[in-house]
Structures are given as structure tokens and as C-alpha cells.
Design a protein around this ligand. Structure first.
Ligand code: ARG
Length: 585
């Protein structure tokens, strides 16, 4: 064992070897179950001896003691190992081991190396994916923000990430939109505020085509013309898509999102035929009342609730394009994993989709990629109801981000009135947008999320301003010390952490790879937020207890080393969540 500071994976390997060395009969089946421990018990604990002993009717405590006796001396030089309770094994790293971790993780690349290996191959992440010709509203925020954080987490863990914006650009809305457009587009408005004008035209088209009217028939004919490739309508549709994408991109820019692809529903138009033929040939799909459907006899609900993959009139739908999309992502990108981020109301659709893909791919001899539907709850106001403007309209994402920046500007101005306005504006953009992103990410995505300006912009609590401010404070210590955090020479004299606050902070820092692993395995960014919040808390306790810029060179260096690593971990974590960090605030 040559690890200066053993972490979960190292301990797992050492314990497996020890089981063999101790002469256990079925050592190969031993699962050590190493995880970060409750800090009161140490840094890590192995819980696997208990179930192993229980299954074999052996004494767990005796087995645990055998294991500890078989541990290599190199490991015992880095940590104290004790057997607790009925047979848990606790590991408490020596301060020297903590120091060697701090020394070894000086750059974001070194941190990444410590986190890599969890995920391999190409992962396609399908997120944001709004419908074109409409504004993005606050409901679209969650998919964009959660999806981007997942992309970054997956890439950091070793995956090659493909960011794919699966635009809803082929719906029946285009019939009404073209109808409305041909009867009263305001060309000046279309140039000035294109997406606003498209929405107006759609509304108009919708109002002018009531159910059962000849006008509705005409709108349907416009749609059919578009689908049959009529040049005028296709040109209009292209223009609508372009205009929409331009407006979406302005939002993505503010959120730090860059897609690799915008392969919307329309892209799969000519690929759905293959879906119908193959699923029918494989006996997976059947015709029912004129439509093509898939039943899943093994599923309690989907054995009778059909997955409709082609409408009775022959038209494709959301399911047809999503099936074609799964095939394309597998064949074209060689996806090892596919992650789709939408609200929880689409759960049935994706459950049926994934079941169908599983059978289809098995029939054609493809390995099914790992498929994940990442769901999230609704955004509500503080009254628990859907978030609306005062006049009752949906809140547009652009207006929301503008307001966030305005509010953050007031906050920054109150805190740092001496900074020039341009700088305060820049800081406000990072704080405001960051506050919105972080508030969305910081809680379990499965819950509804209550939108509260006061909470998300507070300098206290699990918020972006609190974490950004903690980072800015560390930058200011380095400015006062007259060294830069990357200056290895300034930190060379550091000795091992020794005060309770130093030790607690160091123990938190070494858990970063574990927090990343948990967030990635569960596809839940709030676990990373929680870790960063706890880190900032430990840093703040350290800062209150131990003065950093003291005279003694070894103490000053070791405290600066802790500051530098806190900053690195904090900033790396915030970047993984999609936030911009600040040197001043
Ligand atoms: N356009 C859809 C919506 O706004 C989301 C698409 C998600 N991706 C997918 N492959 N179905 O609800």
C-alpha cells in the first residue's frame, strides 16, 4: 500500500486483501462497505463485517479483530484503527496523513484525479429542452440548472459528456402559429422582440381557430403542409426555430450553459418509421384501435395502460421521437448512459420508454445504455401555489434573472459601496444568477421548491451569497498575506493540522471525493451543496478560532495551506454546480 492518505477506495482494497490474509474461507465474497464516518467515530468506517458474519453464523467482533490484526503496517502508520460495537471498524487518520492529502491536492486537476473513475464512456444529458416559439419560464429553470450541474459532475467523474438540447420543435402548435403569422405578423415587432411576437401570433392563431371551426381546419392544413415539406411553411418554421433558439441562448449564456447539440424532435422525423417496423417485427408493439401501442405484461399498470407510439391517424408523437432518439444516441454517440431531466409529471412516459427500449435493444442485440429519468418537483411561491407574476401570468426566465441581478446589486452596494459601479454590476450578475441556480440545486430535487428572494439572497444559511462570500474572504486573506494561494513555496513550511478547528476543517476537506461520488451516483446535486455548506461552516469556525496570519512560520503556513485548499475545494464545487466564483464581494 503506497497511499499517503487512504480514502474509501483504498480502505476497501486493503480490507479485501486483509480478509484473504486472515485466511477467511470465502474472503472473495467479503464486501467491506467502507464509507465516511460520523466525525465523532473517525474519518471512515467499514460496516461489512456484520452482514458477512451473520450470513455465516460467525462472531462478527472476532472476525473484525482478525481483520484488523491482518492490516499492513503501512496502513497503521497513517491511521488509528479500532473495532467498535458488535464489529464495526473505525479509521481515524493521523494528522500527518491529513497533511499529505492537503499537499497532494493543490490544483483542480489533482482534485479531479481523486474523483475520476466513477463514470466511464459517453453520457448524453438531455436537459432544458424547451418547446420552441414560446418563452422560457421559471419551470424551465430547473431542468437547465440541474442538468448543467449533472453534466459537470459526470465530466468531473471521468465521463465524456454530450449536452443535448432536445427542443420541442415539431408540435401541433405550428399549425396555429403559421395561421396566425399569415394573418397579421408585425414585422417590426418580430425584429425587435421576436419571441414575444411569436407568442402573440400563436395566441392570436389559437383564439381565431376555435374547436369545430373552418379556421381550425385551415390551421390543420397549414400543419399538414409543413409536414409535407411545403417550402413556404418550412421556411417559416425554420425562422421560428432560429428566433427561439437565439432567445434561449441569451438565457443559457447567463447560466453558463453551452450545448453540444440541439437535436430537437424534428430531427427524428424521418427515423420514426424504423421504430414502427422494428418494434412490430420484434413483436413488442401491436396495433390497437388503429394506433400502434406497446403493453408491458410484467408491469402492474403498464400491462393495461398502453404506451402509444403512433397515433391512429398515422402521425408520430412524443413517444415515437423519443424511441428514435434513444436509438440515435446509442448508435451515433455510443452512449454508455443517457440522462433526461424533466419534471416528475413525465415519469410514466419515461418508465414506459425505458421498458420498451430495454426489450427493443435486447431484440436487436444492443447493450442497453444506463437510462436515467432525473425528475424534479414544481417551483412554487411562498404561498405554496404555482409561481406567478402579480397579474397572474407565468414568470419569464429573463425577467426573473434580471430581477435577481437587480436585487443582488443592491446587496453588493450595501456591502461594498467603495467598489466602482461596473465592478459591483459584475459581482451582482454572479451573485444574482448564482443565487437562483444555487437555491434550485440546494434542496433535494424530488421536492417542490419554494421560490423566495429573501432566502436565496441571504448571506446566512445554505445559499450562494454565503458560499461566494466565504470564498471571497479567503481571497482577501491571501491579499493581506501578500501571497497567491497557488504559491507552493509560501506553504512549504506547513506542518500537520493540530488545533481542533484545523483538524475538523482538514477532515472535512478530505471528504470532498466522497461527496462528489454520492452526488454523482444518485444524480442529486444537493448532496454536493450540503457538503460545501458544511465545509464553509467548518472554515468559519476555524477562522473564528485560529488566527491565520500569525508570526510563527510553520503555523502561518499550515493555516494558509488550509485556506488555500478550502478555497480550491469550495471553488471547484461551486463551478461543478454551474456558479461563477468571486475574488471580492
Ligand atoms: N420538450 C419537453 C417539455 O418541454 C421536454 C423534453 C425532454 N426530453 C425528451 N427526450 N423527451 O416538456
Amino acid at each position: 500500500m503506497h497511499v499517503a492518505c487512504p480514502l474509501v477506495a483504498d480502505l476497501d482494497a486493503v480490507l479485501r486483501t486483509a480478509a484473504a490474509a486472515a485466511g477467511w474461507a470465502d474472503a472473495a465474497d467479503f464486501q467491506p462497505e467502507v464509507r465516511a464516518a460520523d466525525p465523532r467515530h473517525g474519518d471512515f468506517q467499514a460496516n461489512g463485517v456484520l452482514p458477512h458474519a451473520k450470513a455465516r453464523r460467525l462472531n462478527p467482533r472476532a472476525l473484525a479483530e482478525q481483520l484488523v490484526a491482518a492490516l499492513p503496517a503501512e496502513l497503521l502508520a497513517t491511521c488509528a484503527v479500532t473495532v467498535a460495537g458488535p464489529g464495526f471498524i473505525n479509521f481515524t487518520l493521523h494528522p500527518e496523513a491529513l497533511l499529505s492529502w492537503l499537499r497532494a491536492h493543490a490544483t483542480a486537476d489533482q482534485l479531479r484525479a481523486a474523483c475520476a473513475g466513477g463514470t466511464a464512456g459517453t453520457w448524453v444529458v438531455d436537459y432544458s429542452s424547451p418547446n420552441t416559439a414560446k418563452q422560457m419560464h421559471v419551470g424551465h429553470l430547473r431542468s437547465a440548472v440541474i442538468g448543467e450541474a449533472l453534466c459537470r459532475l459526470l465530466a468531473f467523474s471521468g465521463a465524456t459528456v454530450v449536452r443535448d438540447n432536445h427542443l420541442g420543435d415539431w408540435g401541433t402548435q405550428f399549425g396555429k402559429l403559421i395561421y396566425g403569422y399569415k394573418r397579421g405578423a408585425d414585422l417590426a415587432a418580430l425584429v425587435a422582440d421576436p419571441i414575444e411576437e411569436l407568442e402573440r401570433l400563436y395566441k392570436r392563431g389559437h383564439e381565431a381557430t376555435p374547436e369545430g371551426s373552418p379556421e381550425l381546419e385551415e390551421a390543420r392544413r397549414e400543419l399538414v403542409r409543413l409536414q409535407q415539406g411545403d417550402p413556404e411553411n418550412v421556411a417559416l418554421w425554420r425562422k421560428f426555430s432560429e428566433v427561439s433558439l437565439g432567445a434561449f441562448q441569451r438565457i443559457y449564456d447567463r447560466l453558463g450553459i453551452r450545448f453540444d447539440h440541439h437535436l430537437g424532435e424534428s430531427f427524428y422525423n424521418d427515423q420514426v418509421e424504423r421504430v414502427y417496423t422494428e418494434l412490430t417485427a420484434a413483436g413488442i408493439a401491436e396495433v390497437s384501435a388503429g394506433a400502434l401501442v406497446v403493453f408491458h405484461p410484467e408491469h402492474p399498470r403498464f400491462k393495461t395502460q398502453p404506451f402509444l407510439i403512433r397515433k391512429a391517424d398515422g402521425a408520430s408523437n412524443y413517444a415515437s421521437t423519443d424511441l428514435a432518439t434513444a436509438l440515435y444516441r446509442t448508435e451515433h454517440f455510443g452512449a454508455a448512459g443517457i440522462v433526461i431531466v424533466t419534471d416528475f409529471r413525465q415519469s410514466d412516459h419515461f418508465e414506459q420508454l425505458f421498458l420498451t427500449v430495454g426489450k427493443w435493444f435486447a431484440a436487436r442485440g444492443y447493450r442497453r445504455p444506463e437510462l436515467h429519468h432525473v425528475t424534479f418537483g414544481a417551483v412554487t411561491g411562498e404561498d405554496g401555489k404555482a409561481l406567478k407574476t402579480r397579474s397572474g401570468d407565468v414568470i419569464r426566465l429573463k425577467a426573473l434573472l434580471d430581477e435577481a441581478e437587480e436585487r443582488a446589486f443592491a446587496l453588493v452596494t450595501a456591502k461594498s459601496p467603495e467598489l466602482p459601479e461596473a465592478e459591483r454590476r459584475e459581482i451582482a450578475a454572479a451573485v444574482g444568477v448564482g443565487a437562483v441556480q444555487y437555491a434550485d440545486l440546494a434542496q433535494n430535487r424530488s421536492s417542490n421548491y419554494v421560490f423566495s428572494w429573501d432566502k436565496m439572497l441571504s448571506l446566512e444559511g445554505n445559499t450562494a451569497p454565503y458560499l461566494l462570500y466565504a470564498g471571497a474572504r479567503i481571497h482577501s486573506i491571501f491579499r493581506r498575506a501578500g501571497v497567491v494561494p497557488a504559491d507552493a513555496a509560501a506553504l512549504a513550511a506547513a506542518d500537520a493540522p493540530s488545533t481542533p478547528a484545523e483538524l475538523a476543517l482538514a477532515r472535512r476537506l478530505i471528504r470532498f471525493p466522497d461527496a462528489i461520488r454520492q452526488a454523482r451516483e444518485t444524480l442529486r446535486p444537493h448532496l454536493l451543496c450540503l457538503y460545501l455548506f458544511e465545509l464553509a461552516g467548518d472554515y468559519s469556525s476555524f477562522n473564528n478560532a485560529d488566527k491565520v496570519l500569525v508570526e510563527e512560520p510553520a503555523v502561518r503556513a499550515r493555516r494558509l495551506l488550509l485556506c488555500a485548499r478550502t478555497m480550491l475545494v469550495l471553488e471547484t464545487g461551486l463551478h461543478l454546480l454551474g456558479l461563477r466564483t468571486l475574488r471580492r464581494m
